[in-house]
Design a protein around this ligand. Structure first.
Ligand code: PLP
Length: 407
């Protein structure tokens, strides 16, 4: 293997502004331990453990057979853009025309296009913490500044109007608003969104990028609302992002989409035309089926996730020193390890940070979770419950044993 280092200065300086995804790093570390023969349970994954529904797979196979295997329009095939406009009307009561929609290879790519197409050095983007790890790094890649604002466990990890108001400056270009939240699972009621949109109405230069990726993963009858639906006066400065990865168990297919004002869509298309060009033609046809086809399996997904959430929350709250709130959505919990800081492991290591906690947990009990610092809010960790009940029970028992072993 050629391991000769690259010449000095060969790599772009912009790479120094970002980090490899910490969630992917944890998954890799767990894989390495498994390869070395260790019995490891990974709760780091950000993807459903279900298979893509059969009708969606069939639509992709039919597309291949029809020869839908060529480049497509940069913004997406007309059939999918029309299906997206229908979805926004049906589920969110939003009136996007097909021309106000955009398709990219993954929600991450939508975000990337939107931020790279709009940000200049000096611009600020408000990112409530804990946040999905990619937001601040994409902002930094664009040369702009992420302004991280903290939420609290007491507030259910929700951004409050006061905190939002205090973070807005003349340089603020976007607020990134994600709910159900990765990593905390926090959701906002219509009134809680209204309190934030009231603040935004006072600041006409601030746009909202709302990441609704986990829209369908809400539990206990919680009703999801999106920003432009709650406050139609913000429609002209909102980008409503969504995708098929989580609700339709299609993470590997790579397809995200959004609705936004047409000039912004055109700017994003300009960028994508010199980048990925288009999302896979086959995936786009599968997504037409996902959005237009039967949605009746979604309650089944929700029921399974809800049962797992309740199991994990209950078992983690029985672990000595852990405080685990019960989130309304996504498939993550974000428990606090505050009471465990300062305690020592049987091998004599003091737990000073949430990173120390997750490292010692992985080494001692073989459970992989992600430290809160990676998501901008400590001392917490994120555990994904997108895995079987049996594995979750085993993992939670190990976490209880680990916490009990700390002195
Ligand atoms: N937004 C959030 C909050 C996510 O958690 C993810 C994936 O983990 C994405 C966007 C991106 O999803 P994808 O690029 O798979 O469509």
């Amino acid at each position: 293997m050629n391991t000769k280092p690259l010449p000095p200065g060969f790599l772009a300086a912009s790479l120094d502004r970002i980090q490899p995804s910490p969630t992917i790093a944890v998954t890799q570390k767990a894989r390495d331990l498994v390869a070395a023969g260790r019995d490891v349970i990974g709760l780091g994954a950000g993807e459903p453990d279900f298979d893509t529904p059969e009708n969606i797979k069939e639509a992709a196979i039919a597309a291949i057979r029809r020869g839908e295997t060529k480049y497509t329009a940069v913004e997406g095939i007309p059939e999918l853009r029309a299906a997206i406009a229908r979805k926004f009307k049906r589920e969110n009561n939003l009136d996007y025309t097909p021309a106000q929609t955009f398709v990219a290879p993954g929600g991450k790519s939508v975000l990337y296009n939107a931020l790279l197409a709009t940000l200049n050095p000096g611009d600020e983007v408000i990112v409530p913490a804990p946040y999905w790890v990619s937001y601040p790094d994409i902002v930094r890649l664009a040369g702009a500044t992420p302004v991280e604002v903290l939420t609290t466990l007491e507030n259910g990890f929700r951004l409050t109007p006061e905190v939002l108001e205090a973070a807005i400056t003349p340089k603020t270009k976007w607020l990134i608003f994600n709910q159900p939240s990765n990593p905390s699972g926090a959701c906002y009621t219509r009134d809680q969104i209204r309190a934030l949109t009231d603040v935004l109405l006072k600041h006409p230069h601030v746009w909202v990028l709302t990441d609704d990726m986990y829209e369908h993963l809400v539990y206990g009858g919680f009703k999801f609302h999106t920003v432009a639906e709650v406050e139609p006066n913000l429609f002209e400065r909102t980008l409503t992002m969504n995708g098929v990865s989580k609700a339709y168990a299609m993470t590997g297919w790579r397809l995200g989409y959004c609705g936004a004002p047409e000039p912004l869509i055109k700017a994003m298309a300009k960028l994508q035309s010199q980048q990925a060009t288009n999302a896979s033609s086959i995936t786009q046809w599968a997504a037409v089926e996902a959005l237009d086809g039967p949605q009746d399996f979604i309650p089944g997904f929700q029921k399974i996730f809800e049962e797992r959430r309740d199991l994990v929350v209950s078992m983690l709250n029985q672990a000595d020193g852990i405080e685990c709130p019960r989130p309304e959505g996504a498939f993550y919990v974000y428990p606090s390890v505050r009471k465990l800081l300062g305690r020592r492991t049987p091998s004599g290591k003091t737990i000073e940070t949430d990173e120390d906690f997750v490292t010692a947990l992985l080494e001692q009990e073989g459970v992989a979770v992600v430290h809160g610092a990676a998501f901008g809010l400590s001392p917490f960790f994120r555990a994904s419950y997108a895995t079987s009940t049996k594995k979750l029970e085993d993992a939670c028992n190990r976490i209880q044993r680990f916490c009990g072993s700390l002195t």
